[in-house]
Design a binder for this molecule. Structure first.
Ligand SMILES: C[S@@+](CC[C@H](N)C(=O)[O-])C[C@H]1O[C@@H](n2cnc3c(N)ncnc32)[C@H](O)[C@@H]1O
Length: 603
């Protein structure tokens, strides 16, 4: 019965005995080899292997066969092929012969290893002396030259038992050694990285000791995740303290003894969050503000020197209307038109012309309304006459119509103030009595454009839904676009808006909203910009008057009377005004969001 040992072990054995085997670099497999003394080969039922018609088919047909195995005289597949003895219609090519074993990749005798109960780790000592004595010893001409034993067949022919008995007893070995084996003959080579990795990983699964013992190796095998293993131990007392607290032995340590801020800070630093601790809500606000700043030029900033209050996290700054409500229709661009001026002049330009009809008499009127004017320093502001008329309750009021993209004048035209966007830096800040307010860090000239009132454009139906859902004491951020009459849309600045959404009320305001139309055909979606109606020094709060002329002034009169007479019912629920102006009306409005809705209607 064949004694089977692995190639590696055989190689070791042979090296140990200074005996020779032939080597091939073809296979990476550590195949099991047969060492079969000639005497015992007679036991084989079929000393001649099956006919190998075609090496590839041989591989398939013979693989795993218990019978018809080799007779123990196969040579290296590097041996020059010779015609098989048995009828072989297809001659295997030299190439094929090199690559294929008659058994295929693995010897069918491999399983016998288990049956034979041969010790698995058959080191050189496990080979019986009698066997080794029968080995033929041949010198290797050169380490790297493939070697074929000088005795025995030169090709994979199959010797008969008779032939064997005529020769000296010997063991012939067919070896298809692995590259590793060859390397071991050539000299020491480092273990492949995959194997080293596998071995260390096995150790690491048990614990980090392997990596701690050999950090260099760990880093080499697993990269930067082990870079801290050879880091000198930190003498940071807090880190030490944290470790103590984390260990089971340190249960006696009171966690409260650890300064929480430092401990937390350490954890944050370890997580790479580092630096100052920031409340999540504040962080969210900072992100919102900083994001807005990124595309806002000039800047929009936030400061609070009074308390810890921050902007509501749900609020988002926008620089245009938000059309989130279904059913909103804007006029198509095709309905827009522009002027033909190369250089617009308020006395001639179509955009400055206002047409109206007297409802009582039916008479039509046309007027060139001088809305904007360019100052000597180049700043474009509202004209004095326009501001005066708009502030005069008895006068006819006119909207501003700016030049648009269809006008022949270029972007430098002075009739493009709101269309060119905000130019002043604005700052949201905490006021003394009215919550957040807005101011500019620059002086503002009378008539200068400050900012648009922006928000979601919503329908009347949506407004009613929102008002019904709102609490009675909730601030209102609604402006109604009813300048041209008819069904109106509303601007809700609660969740989305501009800096003007933070403008507080004053009974003596320094700004006012005006009506600006850029799309000349759109009577429902226009703009509500705020302009200074007096010079405003840098840092002064920008204020507006929440109440329009047609609001219920009698409410204030009644409330004031009620407060003065001690009638609590009359004053009940009214929101007190904190503007502090001499002409203060004392109350903002009556509770109830509908009562608070601010309007601008044509006079
Ligand atoms: C449009 S918000 C203005 C921004 C607001 N201050 C904030 O902190 O968000 C309107 C609210 O501001 C407050 N407010 C504005 N002007 C006020 C005034 N003159 N007196 C008292 N409260 C005022 C009221 O609570 C009102 O409901």
């Amino acid at each position: 019965m064949a004694n089977l040992i692995s190639k590696r072990k055989l190689a070791d054995a042979l090296r140990y005995r200074s005996n020779i085997i032939s080597l091939s670099e073809e296979s990476e497999d550590d195949e099991v080899l047969a060492i079969e003394p000639p005497k015992k080969r007679t036991r084989s039922t079929s000393p001649v292997p099956r006919t190998v018609r075609n090496p590839s088919s041989a591989s398939a047909t013979n693989n795993g066969s218990r019978h018809g195995g080799p007779n123990g005289t196969y040579n290296s597949y590097r041996s020059p092929p010779s015609p098989p003895r048995h009828t072989t219609p297809v001659q295997p090519s030299a190439n094929q012969t090199q690559k294929l074993s008659p058994w295929g990749k693995r010897s069918p005798y491999a399983h016998r290893m288990k049956e034979s109960k041969l010790p698995q780790n058959s080191a050189p000592e496990t080979i019986p002396r009698s066997s080794t004595q029968r080995l033929i010893s041949v010198d290797i001409p050169s380490k790297n030259v493939p070697f074929r034993p000088s005795q025995g067949p030169a090709s994979p022919t199959h010797t008969t038992p008779k032939q064997v008995t005529n020769t000296k007893p010997r063991i012939e070995v067919v070896v298809s050694p692995s590259r590793r084996l060859l390397d071991s003959f050539r000299g020491h080579k480092p273990e492949p990285i995959q194997r080293r990795r596998k071995n260390m990983l096995k150790e690491l699964k048990k614990g980090p000791i392997a990596a701690l013992k050999n950090p260099q190796e760990a880093r080499e095998l697993f990269g930067s995740c082990f870079q801290d293993f050879n880091r000198p131990k930190s003498d940071d007392v807090h880190e030490q303290r944290m470790k103590e607290l984390a260990s089971k032995k340190a249960r006696k340590v009171t966690r409260t003894k650890l300064p929480s801020d430092q401990g937390l800070d350490l954890s944050m630093r370890k997580l790479g969050l580092g630096g100052e601790l920031v409340h999540p809500a504040e962080a969210a606000q900072q992100i919102l503000t900083s994001r807005f700043e990124e595309y806002m030029n000039p800047p929009l900033t936030f400061v609070n020197d009074v308390n810890e209050r921050r902007l509501n996290g749900k609020f988002q700054f926008v620089d245009r209307y938000v059309f989130s409500c279904p059913g909103i229709k804007t006029a198509p661009p095709s309905t827009n038109y522009g002027c033909d001026c190369l250089s617009c002049h308020s006395s001639e330009c179509l955009c400055f012309r206002k047409d109206w009809k007297d409802e009582a008499t039916g008479q039509k009127y046309t007027k060139q309304v001088r809305t904007y004017t360019r100052r000597s320093d180049g700043l474009v502001v509202l004209s004095e006459e326009y501001i005066d008329r708009e502030l005069d309750p008895s006068a006819r009021h006119f909207e501003i119509t700016e030049c648009n993209e269809l006008c022949r004048c270029g972007p430098g035209c002075y009739n493009r103030v709101v269309g060119n966007g905000r130019t002043l830096p604005l700052e949201i800040f905490e006021t003394a009595n009215c919550g957040f307010g807005v101011r500019s860090t620059k002086n503002i000239a009378k008539g200068q454009f400050i900012d648009l009132y922006l928000g979601e454009v919503i329908t009347e139906e949506e407004l009613r839904n929102r008002e019904d859902a709102a609490a009675e004491d909730e601030p209102s951020y609604i402006y109604t676009m009813d300048w041209f009459g008819g069904d109106s849309y509303h601007i809700d600045g609660k969740n989305f808006g501009s800096a003007m959404r933070f403008a507080n009320h004053s009974c003596n305001p320094n700004t006012r909203s005006f009506i600006v139309q850029i799309h000349k055909g759109d009577k429902r979606v226009y703009y509500l910009p705020f302009f200074a109606i007096k010079d405003i020094a840098a840092g002064t709060e920008i204020t507006i008057d929440y109440k329009s002329k047609d609001d219920d002034d009698h409410l204030n009169a009644e409330a004031i009377a009620g407060v003065e007479s001690g009638d609590a019912d009359l004053a009940d629920g009214l929101i007190r005004c904190h503007c502090g102006e001499k002409n203060c009306r004392k109350f903002l409005w009556k509770p109830g969001v509908k009562a608070r809705r601010r309007k601008r209607k044509p006079e």
